[in-house]
Design a binder for this molecule. Structure first.
Ligand SMILES: Cc1cc2nc3c(=O)[nH]c(=O)nc-3n(C[C@H](O)[C@H](O)[C@H](O)COP(=O)(O)OP(=O)(O)OC[C@H]3O[C@@H](n4cnc5c(N)ncnc54)[C@H](O)[C@@H]3O)c2cc1C
Length: 400
């Protein structure tokens, strides 16, 4: 760290002390609405203090600093509780896509607002008939003069109910093979024809949505990366997602359940001398350390300007397994009280929530099976999955 990095650390510390809650304080009991408002407030203040969008260009609302400064910021941030989740996709996936693929006008118009969380964006890829094989999607956009008219349905859209914009992948040319006829558009979610319907999850929350798009008209200037380039942009976006999940290291554990908390819980409940629990804690600790090292490797690759490639899939897979292992261990330590807790125990539901929500991490951003396919093909050199319709126009491929 240079002196300048250390000066920066001091500024970050002062900002966080004034604008965030220290991790040593009890967790905040915030509703989603409060988290979204808190997230917007925090990022607005961060930008006002000259600390927003650290690695992004100054002319587009960032600070134009190198990744070392981001590392300093992330280190300091880990000591605080900040409601960052509502903007995780907006900042982790949509912002880098606009930065890398947006036209100068799009960057000028949107980038600073995304950084400040004046606008929060979501990712609209999955459809009822296209998840793992997202390139087979069927939402259509048809050109009409200077506009495109979009029709179709997206699903599992995290955060759409509080977001302002979505990056939507659609089919613009059905006569091309599935990967080639796709394009990506910026869609203002307040436009007529956008119908957002929240889905209820087993945890009781509603973080996902179905989004119906009926005759939604967007300008040609909303096209990102050019017509027919949607797949390339989508692949870059998925890589950012795996990178964001994988590079977060051991912090990617389920919710608040870190190894330290599990050890504390085992001690509190008199389970820390149980050899089965001790063995599971040691196994989790080892996987967590591995995750930290994979995260470091990915961040170093990114800092050196190399694309993390299949490493991001390894990290994403390990994170999903880590989350599941932590949740299983949490409920094992909590025993019956993890399943039926006293209503006075404010944290009582966390173990059951972990069990119900952690499998989602093995699905979001590409399932564990899909990551294993990528690792098999790109790392182990196994043959590619057979595709009997390879190279055929999308419209000629049978779909259920
Ligand atoms: C927490 C969470 C957040 C999400 N957020 C978003 C979002 O914001 N935006 C968005 O667009 N989507 C989002 N998704 C959707 C997610 O991207 C899809 O659920 C995922 O890609 C899997 O697609 P699917 O659900 O259609 O399952 P399918 O693709 O139908 O898969 C079903 C099963 O078959 C297996 N399978 C499929 N193909 C293969 C194969 N080739 N080889 C081996 N096994 C295979 C899968 O692993 C899975 O077990 C989210 C999902 C979750 C859980």
């Amino acid at each position: 760290m240079t002196a300048t990095h250390e000066e920066f650390r001091q500024r970050v510390r002062e900002f966080l002390a004034a604008n965030a809650v220290a991790r040593t304080e009890p967790p905040l009991e915030w509703t989603e609405e409060m988290q979204v408002a808190g997230c917007r407030r925090f990022h607005g203040a961060l930008s006002d203090a000259g600390l927003g969008g650290i690695t992004y260009p100054v002319e587009y609302g960032g600070q134009g600093l190198d990744k070392g400064y981001l590392e300093v910021y992330t280190q300091e941030l880990s000591n605080y509780r900040v409601p960052l989740v509502p903007a995780a996709i907006s900042h982790g996936m949509c912002l880098p896509v606009i930065n890398d693929f947006g036209t100068p006008e799009q960057r000028e118009h949107y980038q600073a607002r995304i950084i400040r969380c004046d606008d929060i964006w979501c990712q609209m890829f999955s459809e009822p008939g296209a998840g793992s094989d997202v390139a087979s999607l069927s939402t259509r956009a048809v050109r009409d003069g200077d506009e495109w008219v979009i029709n179709g349905q997206k699903v599992w859209t995290s955060g759409a109910h509080y977001c302002d914009y979505g990056l939507v992948v659609v089919r613009t040319d059905p006569t091309q093979p599935k990967h080639r006829g796709l394009s990506m558009f910026i869609v203002d979610l307040s436009l007529p024809g956008v119908d957002i319907r929240p889905l209820r999850q087993p945890t009781g929350g509603s973080n996902f949505n179905e989004v119906y798009l009926t005759d939604v008209r967007v300008g040609h200037d909303c096209l990102v990366g050019g017509e027919g380039e949607g797949w390339n942009v989508a692949v870059a976006m998925l890589m950012y997602e795996r990178f964001a999940i994988g590079a977060s290291g051991s912090q990617a554990m389920t919710g608040r359940t870190g190894i330290a908390q599990l050890i504390e819980e085992a001690q509190r409940r008199g389970r820390s001398s149980d050899p089965v629990i001790r063995d599971a804690l040691a196994g989790l600790y080892i996987r967590e350390r591995i995750q930290t090292f994979i995260g470091m490797r990915i961040r170093e690759a990114a800092e050196a300007g190399r694309s993390p490639g299949a490493e991001a899939s390894i990290a994403k897979l390990n994170t999903a397994m880590l989350a599941r292992q932590a949740a299983d261990l949490g409920i094992a330590i909590a025993g019956l009280q993890g399943q039926a807790w006293y209503c006075t125990d404010k944290d009582g539901s966390q173990w059951a929530n972990g069990v119900v929500s952690s499998p989602g991490m093995g699905i979001a951003g590409g399932t564990n099976e899909v990551q294993r396919n990528i690792i098999g093909e790109r790392v182990l050199g196994l043959p590619k999955e057979p595709d009997p319709y390879k190279g055929q126009p999308w419209e000629a491929v049978p779909r259920s």
